[in-house]
Ligand binder design. Structure first.
Ligand SMILES: NC(=O)c1ccc[n+]([C@@H]2O[C@H](COP(=O)([O-])OP(=O)(O)OC[C@H]3O[C@@H](n4cnc5c(N)ncnc54)[C@H](O)[C@@H]3O)[C@@H](O)[C@H]2O)c1
Length: 391
């Protein structure tokens, strides 16, 4: 509903007008708190068409936020439209297809996110960046590096989504309202997602009192594979209703300077004994982005899992940053080597997300994260098999 007494303020830009970007723009517009929502894409006419459509829903939905669509060129033309944005949500990039891991997107999405961030920085140098492109932790680190922004002004969306998925599965299992469930996941958006059972409850009762441990484990596994489950059903793209709800809430917390505490991908500097990495943690969100990382008491097992996730993510983020400095050719070789190793793991453990998360895959992943960059570069890329080509 329109909020005539609430002044609409500021401008938020959403880069990438695909499923995630367009639903995020729509949610942001319907909040009716911004003066303008800008939606951009490189596909000629797509953002303009979607913006026109969204504006035409204003008389029905009763919001007055103006939506502006803008096609951008490869050389950065059109980015003037994002000038003055206080928040920029980066959704540009390919989504997964069935059988792909988020890491399979790294080559193409790293180039896209780098280009986008370089252009955003020129026109919205004061913005808070909310990254959603996958692989999320790596793309968030990359955006921070390319932008040169203070780490507090760059964050990624993953934990809100993983936590929401976990809460929904618990609610469905117990037949209770989704709003009565509190869950939490930390760590990375992927295999090293860290569920935090000690923070999970239903109407204030600890989850462990309501479900046996093996049932909770099943829900955790389904949450960890939550994105893949939807990719497998859709076959042509990935989830966007719950993801866009999460990104829009983060943007709203920034716009409102709310101080809300949310699980986000944020720069960790000493919390939980972890430093120098973008990682899924709880953070207090305000107008300047992350006000502070909120540290909670974790069990020994949870803390160990979080530290393990941090080391896995740190290795990948360092690789990407170093290879970006080395240029496009090096980035391509890195991605090809990574895909070759992923294929070799799949052929040992079976293709597909569920099989690859078995013990054999975990051994493989630990092994990989300990490799140096030169190990990666020395691997022969090899041909990409049919059916696994990126779009
Ligand atoms: N973090 C999360 O929780 C989460 C959840 C779901 C999806 N994702 C990721 O979000 C991204 C977008 O997903 P989607 O479903 O919207 O995909 P999509 O294919 O529907 O849309 C992507 C859009 O990005 C645009 N694009 C590509 N290069 C661009 C550039 N340089 N500048 C501007 N736009 C550009 C494309 O033209 C396309 O319209 C994917 O990387 C996906 O994996 C993340």
């Amino acid at each position: 509903m329109s909020q005539p007494d609430t002044p609409r303020r500021g401008k938020v830009a959403v880069i990438g007008a695909g499923f995630y970007g367009s639903t995020t723009a729509q949610r942001l517009a319907e909040y009716d708190i911004f003066e303008e929502v800008v939606l951009t894409d490189i596909i000629d006419g797509k953002p303009e068409g979607l913006a026109l459509d969204m504006n035409q829903s204003r008389p029905i939905e009763g919001f007055e936020t103006r939506v502006t669509g803008q096609t951008t060129g490869r050389s950065g033309d059109g980015y003037e439209a994002v000038a003055g944005s206080g928040i920029v949500v980066i959704t540009a990039g390919l989504p997964r297809k069935p059988g792909m891991s988020r890491m399979d997107l790294i080559e193409v999405n790293a180039k896209i996110v780098r280009d986008v961030v370089e252009n955003v920085v020129k026109h919205a140098p004061e913005a808070v960046l909310i990254v959603v492109s996958n692989p999320l932790d790596e793309m968030t680190a990359l955006a921070a590096k390319v932008s040169g922004f203070p780490s507090s002004r760059v964050m990624g969306q993953a934990g809100m989504l993983d936590t929401a998925r976990f809460s929904y599965f618990v609610a469905e299992k117990l037949g209770v309202p989704a709003g009565s469930v509190r869950t939490l996941t930390l760590g990375s958006h992927g295999d090293t997602m860290v569920p935090v059972p000690s923070a999970c409850s239903v109407s204030g009762r600890p989850l462990g009192e309501l479900l046996p441990a093996e049932e909770i484990d099943k829900l955790v596994t389904r949450t960890r594979n939550g994105g893949g489950e939807i990719v497998g059903l859709l076959k042509t793209g990935s989830a966007y209703y719950a993801p866009s709800a999460a990104a829009a809430r983060m943007a709203r917390a920034v716009a409102a300077d709310s101080g809300d505490v949310m699980p986000v991908c944020a720069w960790v500097d000493g919390e939980y004994g972890i430093s120098g990495v973008y990682l899924g943690v709880e953070a207090e969100i305000g107008s300047a982005g992350v006000r502070r990382v909120v540290q909670r008491d974790l069990s020994d097992t949870e803390l160990a899992a979080l530290r393990e996730a941090a080391e896995a993510v740190r290795a990948k983020q360092a690789d990407v940053a170093a290879l970006l400095r080395a240029g496009d050719a090096a980035l391509s070789r890195f991605a090809s080597a990574k895909a070759a190793l992923s294929r070799s793991c799949a052929s040992q453990g079976g293709a597909g997300p569920a099989r690859r998360r078995g013990p054999r895959h975990r051994r493989g992943r630990r092994h990989r994260t300990r490799r140096s960059r030169s190990d990666w570069m020395a691997r022969s890329p090899g041909p990409r098999p049919a059916g696994r080509r990126r779009a």
